[in-house]
Design a binder for this molecule. Structure first.
Ligand code: GLY
Length: 328
């Protein structure tokens, strides 16, 4: 478990604070981790049965402390959410410069895969390594409306971003300014990708923004799922699309979610334009998607959800069939 600091405070449910403060450097409860690993294994086997190549991270001991000349961390976090670390766009794989110090070396669990993709032709790059200096975090961040006041916990001293603050839709990429992704980070991605892609920054009203994929989920050409509790102003190009509001999450109120809101229910994974993997307990969402002509694959994932992500977060698709198109 990472040390509690202002970057965690800005993005995590307030109820988690005491547990994190008391347990920095310890492991998460072993039984919860074991159950999550079982669900991940079933998910991986399911994908493989469907003909999808699944690669897993290498074991990495996140209990080791580490430091830079500017700060120390008593531990890392985990190797569970590659979506946060890796932005895959066409044949380019970008390592994200993340704003949480505990995640500074998390990428190491994936390095063997990245090198292997590089050997097979991927254009592999790491964004500029951030310094994450203490004075660059804003203790006075806005707890309610950072999108209105602009008081995010990260300033504009260097680019930082989590890859999960971007969601890809052919040659269009949607991004949000969040507590971990600053404007410089979005500018860095935009300039790096160049004129082949258009990066649209969405105006999203989220009290604690971190990762766009529980707020705005393109499902297929012409179909977008949006979080009804977070107003999203859509670019004009999407006005003709069928944009639907996700139903309220079904996860019980007393189910511990250390890192996220229950809206992690929306964090579904599209296998193609038809098939979607959804948490098995999310009956209202399953019914809504079936009524929208999707083929739903329900899988139990509530133990994984505790740790901050669902099917989209725990994957980073490096290769899909088809051609990269402009849908807008
Ligand atoms: N960070 C995603 C959520 O809590 O909804």
């Amino acid at each position: 478990m990472p040390a509690w600091d202002v970057a965690l405070e800005a993005t995590m449910p307030a109820r988690s604070k005491l547990f994190f403060v008391d347990n920095a450097g310890n492991s998460f409860p072993a039984e919860q981790a074991r159950l999550a690993e079982l669900e991940l294994a079933v998910f991986a086997e399911t994908l493989q049965r469907l003909g999808i190549t699944v690669a897993r991270p290498a074991p990495l001991d996140h209990r080791r402390p580490f430091s830079t000349p500017n700060w120390k961390s008593p531990s890392g976090l985990y190797s569970m959410m590659p979506r946060d670390l890796l932005l895959v766009v066409g044949d380019t794989i970008i390592e994200a410069p993340m704003a949480w110090r505990a995640r500074y070396f998390e990428i190491d669990a994936y390095r063997h895969l990245l090198f292997s993709y590089f050997q097979r032709g991927a254009r592999w790059i790491s964004a500029p390594r951030p310094q994450l200096r203490a004075e660059w975090y804003d203790d006075g961040f806005d707890h309610e409306e950072p999108h209105t006041t602009g008081r995010y916990v990260t300033g504009e001293f260097e680019p930082t971003f989590d890859a999960a603050d971007f969601v890809r839709c052919g040659r269009d990429i949607f991004a949000q300014r969040s507590h971990v992704t600053n404007r410089s980070g979005i500018d860095w991605v935009t300039r790096h990708l160049g004129s082949d892609y258009t990066v649209h920054t969405l105006d999203i009203a989220d009290r604690a923004p971190m990762h766009i994929d529980a707020t705005f989920m393109p499902l297929a050409p012409g179909k977008i799922l949006v979080n009804p509790s977070r107003a999203v102003s859509l670019p004009a190009a999407l006005q003709a699309w069928d944009v639907r509001l996700a139903p309220p999450p079904a996860v019980p109120g007393d189910h511990t979610l250390y890192f996220s809101s229950p809206w992690i229910s929306m964090n579904v994974l599209m296998l193609d334009q038809q098939r979607v993997v959804v948490e098995a307990g999310e009956r209202p969402l399953i019914e809504m998607l079936e009524g929208w002509d999707f083929e739903v694959l329900p899988l139990p994932f509530r133990n994984v959800m505790r740790f901050g992500g669902c099917f989209h977060c725990v994957t980073a698709d490096v290769r899909r069939r088809g051609t990269l198109e402009s849908y807008l």
